[in-house]
Ligand binder design. Sequence first.
Ligand SMILES: [Zn+2]
Length: 87
Amino acid sequence: MAANHMAYVHLLLFCCKQCNKPVSITGISDVGNLEEIDGHTYEVECRCGWLENLLGVEALRHWVVPWEQRNNVHHRIDRAEGIGFSN
Ligand SMILES: [Zn+2]
């Protein structure tokens, strides 16, 4: 049996409170529902230097994309987990 299983990519769009530009963060999670992700805090960093920990629920938009995990993308997924989406 192949070890592929479905994961979910979450894309959260925030607005920088300093320069008003859009800042997006993405991460991969086993969890597909919005509420689970919205309840966590994420480090949101803008190019202007603004950095703040925001709740997922504070995002302007939140998209979820089903994501098939394949063996050849393990490294990328590991890095995504490093930003705190898979706790
Ligand atoms: Zn900014």
